[in-house]
Design a protein around this ligand. Structure first.
Ligand SMILES: Cc1ncc(COP(=O)(O)O)c(C=O)c1O
Length: 427
């Protein structure tokens, strides 16, 4: 049955819409941290539909909020007052750490970043953007123009002039051999040098931990050091929290807080987890930046009542159950366990990450060369063992990505790690 659906998928959907697995999975339902496929197989879900099922599958609080709101009214548009939208905006504005914050809701991370770019370029009257090498920010024409990972950037045509900065990848590249503080100094010197060749840059956009890029990050404090340079030039800082937001990293509620000394960013974008699968994205900016547009702008579906009801219920659950704390505790155990499993495996170059965001980089044994075949094989073997994980990394997709819902229990972390251990041993 799944096979026929696969043929129909291939016949009618774009070739570039990649599917995982030689025999792709049709997921039909889920509960907690588990999902089931159309053939009745049960899986532990350590990828949450790309870090989007943030709390749990079929979380009763969210499902109820969606059903109740859908029963009342599904759509009104932003032309009318929307209580849920105002409430969620108030809560996000307060949580963002940005003073005098305004929130604009979109339907995806791409559209959130596109809005942030529109705001920053309009505010600064410039189309020059700094982005990080190996970054991913979405699929629109503007977003691919700031994506420093060519596997995800299908055109070099762009409305923006983008300059790529070094520092998002700690353990590869020209500064990898340096200690943390020298690494930061070298990246700052590189940024200063780059800015010496520019006229009027609008903003720097960065993921605190690169998601699609393979869960890579700079040493804590890099963006604080960058911020000092940016401030001297009046350049805005946009933090893309689409993967790192809402406590997933355990240590912090937002990824930018690992660079706390910097103070809050000028703009913050979010999406994925806040709706637990309902399409919510958005951008937060201080009022002066948010209000710099002198034309009207709307997103027809952005902030729709059903998605906002889901977001409010999901955020309430997240905060009331301290899921950030759970990500820190259970994620910490999981990463330790993965490190122990991988310590003796020559195919593993590095286990990295924070909270419930762990990456395992695979190489050809005895070299530093990426090993995408091994990553694909482990993904298949994990699935056969009953575990769904993800892949990512650079241009070669050789990093296993582990990012379960934030309600993960210690027993489930142990179970998933054991399945992954067996899968890694098959390669
Ligand atoms: C860091 C980051 N920004 C933006 C996006 C784009 O979000 P969306 O797919 O919702 O458009 C993604 C998606 O993976 C992402 O990881």
């Amino acid at each position: 049955m799944t096979r026929r659906l696969h043929d129909r998928h291939r016949a009618v959907l774009p070739d570039w819409l990649a599917l995982y697995y030689k025999q792709p999975v049709e997921i039909t339902h889920g509960e907690g941290r588990h999902v089931w496929d159309a053939d009745g197989n049960k899986y532990l879900d350590f990828f949450g539909g790309i870090l989007t099922t943030m709390t749990a599958h079929a979380l009763p609080e969210v499902t109820k909020a969606v059903a109740e709101q859908a029963g009342r009214i599904i759509h009104t548009s932003t032309l009318y007052l929307n209580r849920q939208m105002v409430e969620l905006a108030e809560r996000i504005a307060q949580l963002s750490g940005i003073p005098d914050a305004r929130v604009f809701f979109t339907t995806s991370g791409t559209e959130a970043n596109d809005t942030a770019l529109l705001l920053a370029t309009a505010y600064r009257n410039s189309n020059q953007i700094l982005a990080m090498r190996n970054s991913y920010h979405g699929r629109s024409f503007s977003a691919v123009g700031i994506t420093g990972n060519h596997a995800w950037s299908p055109t070099s045509l762009s409305p923006l002039q983008t300059l790529y900065v070094h520092g998002g990848v700690r353990s590869r590249g020209p500064y990898a051999h340096l200690g943390d503080s020298q690494f930061i100094e070298a990246c700052v010197a590189d940024l200063e040098d780059l800015l010496g060749h520019t006229r009027n840059v609008a903003a720097l956009i960065a993921e605190p931990i690169q998601g699609v890029g393979g869960f890579t990050s700079p040493p804590d404090g890099l963006y604080a050091a960058f911020r000092e340079v940016l401030d001297r030039h009046g350049i805005l800082w946009i933090t893309d929290e689409v993967q790192t937001g809402w406590g997933r990293t355990g240590d912090h509620f937002w990824g930018w807080q690992a660079h706390e000394r910097s103070g809050p960013p000028d703009l913050l974008t979010f999406a994925k987890g806040i709706g637990n699968g309902m399409s919510i994205g958005g951008v937060v900016a201080r009022a002066e930046v948010m209000n710099c547009l002198d034309s009207n702008s709307i997103s027809t579906f952005g902030g729709s009542p059903v998605t906002m009801a889901a977001g409010l219920a999901n955020l309430t659950y997240l905060l009331e159950h301290d899921l950030q704390g759970n990500a820190r505790r259970v994620g910490g155990l999981l990463i330790e366990r993965l490190r122990a499993i991988c310590a003796q495996l020559p195919v593993v170059r590095e286990v990295r990450g924070r909270g419930l965001m762990a990456g395992i980089e695979l190489v050809r044994p005895g070299t530093d060369e990426a090993n995408p075949e091994a990553a694909a094989a482990v993904l298949e073997a994990a699935r056969e063992g009953g575990l769904l994980i993800g892949k990512g990394g650079g241009h070669d997709t050789s990093v296993l990505r582990v990012a379960p819902p934030l309600t993960l229990t210690v027993a489930e972390a142990e179970e998933g790690a054991a399945i992954l251990e067996r899968a890694l041993h098959t390669v």
